[in-house]
Ligand binder design. Structure first.
Ligand code: EPZ
Length: 456
């Protein structure tokens, strides 16, 4: 019996925004249909892009997640008027009165997200200055911003470090530049795009990230009037323009959320239709999902992910930048690998500390060993640096209920599905973090037949 009533499901805690702890009674396969809307990792950047337009923008399919609320708050204190329709997911952004925000208001957002760093280029263009508070985001490694600062300096920004953040100015305006990233960073590529489109002259970016969410940001900027070409071998060229208009755009679907629900289906021996998911952006994930023993059916309006019966198989994977296996897919899949017959290896090459979530799996009975060595075909940036960034998972192991605390967004989702697969009762605390990136996740768990109780 599902202990979450329909009425309670409509309450704030069920949406996930105010929930703190969920008690799960494991063992139910998740079955049914859920929908994914716009990608967190595009929507938040598209909202920042609206700052560059002279006229209002309309972003469609925006999910109700706390990262969207944080960015809305930051835009509002900079004078952007925002109207949101929760049901349709339409977000109207009117930047006609962009203004400098008060330091205290900006600081109120310190530590809540990494998106503020992407405000720099647009604010420098609009106001000639920008202040960025200390950044937040998931604790999955050092997460420095050196690439961002170097990029902005290349465009001509003057950067001053203050005790509680960073102040930037552009006394001579911003000019196009030739930039080579040391690593194809998603955020630094977005930084270049959001700055170069209004900079004087041409910009050439080498070693750019080319994730589908970045391509969608390029689509948006082109709709606004920008001139951007993507060449072979990670080269992006941008021709600066004097004026950009607002845009109307439907955000690309959240492939990370879709992959998480796919792993949930596998782990719980379930069957989940993820409406809104598309094959092209999930190609690499689908190959691995099938190798592990999962099955899927591609439909016009989504993808059905299910456990077809039989044993799950071990795999060897390395996370990588697109088109490789995304780091954000790794954590929920590791839970499935605890049920595979044999030894799996996951080499994490994007973030140096993205295995914090496995301690809880071990407490629940999983056999996972972490290693400092690069256990893969490639030596990555972390190999000689003492980080536990390779995992060896031996299965199958029965998972049993435990009290666990969510460490970060993706790790948190993996804890939820481990609790759902485990025998007995699990209490998962700090689940509020999951609402940063998973829209209505509690309602979705309810719709899929999970057995749980929510505490606010
Ligand atoms: C984005 O983070 C996503 N976040 C991450 O999603 C995602 O895991 C990551 O890209 C990789 O795909 C958002 O889009 C909001 P990076 P980002 O710059 O842009 C190093 C999730 O759970 N680096 O590509 O911050 C960095 O430390 C999250 O949804 C520097 O060294 O990632 C990391 O090792 C978490 N200096 C690597 O590059 C810099 O200045 C890749 O980071 C910037 C990055």
């Amino acid at each position: 019996m599902n202990s979450l009533t329909q009425d309670a499901a409509l309450h704030g805690s069920a949406v996930g925004l105010t929930a703190d702890t969920i008690t799960f009674r494991g063992g139910q396969p998740l079955k049914g249909r859920i929908e994914v809307r716009g990608a967190k990792n595009l929507v938040t950047k598209a909202m920042v892009a609206a700052l560059l337009g002279e006229t209002p923008s309309l972003l469609k399919a925006v999910p109700n997640i706390s990262d969207v609320r944080v960015v809305s708050g930051l835009l509002e204190i900079h004078g952007v008027r925002i109207k949101r329709d929760d049901a349709s997911g339409d977000l109207h952004l009117d930047p006609s009165n962009v203004e400098s925000a008060h330091m205290a208001e900006i600081n109120a957002h310190a530590g809540s997200s990494r998106i503020p760093i992407l405000f720099c280029g647009p604010l420098l263009h609009r106001l000639g200055e920008a202040f960025i508070p200390d950044l937040g985001g998931c604790r999955i490694g050092d997460r420095p911003i050196d690439f961002h600062l170097e990029v902005l300096r290349n465009f001509g920004a003057v950067i001053e470090k203050l005790p509680d953040g960073i102040r930037m100015s552009a006394p001579d305006g911003l000019s196009g530049a030739k930039i080579q990233l040391p690593y194809p960073s998603v955020g630094a590529t977005e930084q270049v795009l959001l700055t170069a489109v209004r900079a004087t002259g041409r910009t050439e970016l080498r070693n750019a990230a080319i994730e589908p969410e970045i391509m969608d940001l390029i689509n948006i900027l082109q709709k606004m009037g920008a001139s951007i070409s993507v060449d072979a071998d990670r080269v992006i060229r941008i021709e600066g323009v004097d004026r950009l208009e607002g845009y109307r755009h439907r955000a690309i679907f959240d492939r990370n959320e879709a992959a998480s629900w796919a792993s949930a289906a596998l782990v719980t021996k379930g069957d989940i239709f993820v409406a809104g998911a598309r094959q092209a952006e999930m190609l690499t994930f689908l190959n691995v999902f099938r190798k592990v023993g999962g099955a899927f059916e591609i439909e016009e309006d989504g993808i059905r992910f299910y456990h077809p019966g039989g044993d799950l198989k071990p795999v060897v994977i390395e996370t990588d930048v697109h088109p490789g296996f995304m780091t954000d897919w790794q954590q929920p899949l590791v839970v499935a690998l605890t049920q595979a017959h044999g030894v799996s290896i996951v080499h994490e090459t994007v973030y140096e500390q993205r295995f914090g979530f496995v301690d809880a799996l071990v407490d629940m009975g999983a056999t996972v060993q972490l290693h400092r060595e690069c256990l893969g075909s490639e030596h990555c940036r972390f190999g000689q640096r003492n980080f536990l960034h390779s995992a060896v998972i031996s299965g199958p192991t029965k998972l049993h209920g435990a009290d666990i605390e969510v460490p970060d967004l993706r790790g948190g989702f993996s804890h939820l599905i481990a609790a759902l697969a485990a025998d007995g009762v699990s209490r998962v605390s700090n689940v509020g973090i999951i609402a940063r990136g998973y829209e209505n996740f509690i309602q979705k768990l309810h719709d899929l037949g999970a057995d749980f109780t929510v505490e606010s």
